[in-house]
Design a binder for this molecule. Structure first.
Ligand SMILES: Cc1ncc(COP(=O)(O)O)c(C=O)c1O
Length: 380
């Protein structure tokens, strides 16, 4: 009898939470919009459909379909180790350690490296996975205004720096479409002896020579303690790597639960990651095309209110959950897949349409996007 009452309570709790979301217009639903023009995926370079990569993958001699265990047990293989060496060289890092996803890499890295007695300064716009890692670390957390070096210095000056201190940011922000002031961060953090960790999830493939990311482009990588690169976005595959020193890699292999207690990615997925990077080295047309599209779009959208972006991601601020969802629906009715981003992914009141350009969008598609944005802007 007692357990029945408990079950009723659980169901009530779940249904209350869902109703709360529905009443606030924040209810999330899975959608499939793959017949529409793609202005919402993270497939910036179209590599998920690359004929070259598909062909090369068919040539791979698949011996084991699955990894069969975690890396520390039977899941390790020559291709895993070769790929880590290759990634370290590609991204100009002493070492690289593969994780099964970017979410795992951020949680695994931050929760293991940062200790409860440490202090962490973090940009208020960092990804949920970094928040999760920080939460698990138990460290004292101090946020600073997005991309605001002065606010960061102010927060540093008002805290005790007796403990080991860290600064956490992304290099290219997936929600705001803007770049972090990496050089200024380096200068400031050197002054106060603060170590930096950067998530390059959305910069990889899009920025830097052959897509090596913004830390490489700004030559700041040598001054960064660890970087996270992910392979589910421009790389068009899955998984991630932490780029760090050899000793930090060994530390993670020994202590990072997200690395130790999970089945490794299958060899074919690892090979896929390597191939996609070879594509970046061999072919630069996709990245060039993407940047031409960005230039074309920027030139023709000057003056559109509340539209900002400094790369393939643009955001149009449309406050109010209902408003932004209706606008996203209008774009979908015109045949374009564009995502409405609402709280809690971003702060309430900053609801936005996230518009993502890709190398594979055509000029006509981009022109349709521009015309629709202008039309909606006039009637707003
Ligand atoms: C900035 C950032 N970091 C990490 C992740 C997580 O990466 P993954 O999708 O590989 O788990 C994401 C995914 O949306 C992201 O935007």
């Amino acid at each position: 009898m007692k357990s029945l009452v408990k079950l009723d309570n659980i169901q009530e709790r779940i249904s209350e939470a869902l109703n709360h979301r529905k009443n606030n217009n924040r209810y999330r639903q899975l959608t499939i919009l793959d017949t529409l023009i793609d202005f919402r995926s993270n497939d910036y370079l179209g590599l998920t459909k690359s004929a070259w990569i598909k062909q090369k993958l068919t040539e791979y001699n698949v011996i084991n379909l699955g990894a069969s265990g975690s890396r520390l047990l039977s899941g390790n293989s020559v291709i895993h180790e070769q790929t880590e060496d290759f990634l370290a060289e590609f991204y100009q890092s002493e070492a690289a350690l593969l994780y099964n996803s970017g979410f795992d890499a951020n949680v695994g890295l931050l929760s293991t490296l940062i200790r409860p007695e440490d202090i962490v300064f973090y940009d208020e716009a960092i990804h949920a996975s970094m928040h999760q890692g920080l939460k698990l670390s138990g460290a004292q957390k101090i946020s600073f205004k997005h991309n605001d070096v002065n606010d960061l210095e102010h927060k540093i000056q008002h805290s005790s720096l007796d403990n080991i201190s860290w600064m956490i940011c992304e290099s290219y922000y997936s929600m705001n479409g803007d770049k972090a002031p990496l050089e200024q961060y380096i200068q400031l953090c050197k002054k106060y002896n603060i170590q930096i960790i950067v998530d390059e999830a959305h910069a990889v493939g899009c920025f830097g020579e052959n897509g090596r990311g913004l830390c490489n482009e700004t030559k700041t990588n040598k001054d960064i303690f660890a970087r996270v690169v992910t392979f589910g976005k421009a790389i068009g595959a899955h998984g991630a790597a932490v780029l760090c020193s050899q000793m930090t890699k060994e530390y993670l292999i020994n202590f990072s639960k997200n690395f130790i207690y999970t089945t490794a990615l299958p060899p074919i997925d690892i090979y896929h990651i390597q191939l996609a990077h070879h594509f970046l080295i061999k072919y630069s047309h996709a990245a060039k095309q993407l940047h031409q599209h960005i230039h074309y779009f920027k030139q023709r959208t000057i003056g559109i209110k509340n539209l900002k972006g400094d790369g393939p991601i643009f955001s149009l601020i449309v406050p109010g959950e209902q408003n932004v969802k209706l606008l996203a629906q209008k774009f979908q009715n015109y045949g374009m897949a564009i995502q409405a981003i609402i709280s809690p992914t971003i702060p309430k009141g900053e609801e936005q349409l996230r518009i993502i350009l890709h190398s594979h969008n055509t000029t006509n598609e981009i022109q349709l996007l521009i015309d629709t944005l202008k039309k909606e802007n006039e009637t707003a």
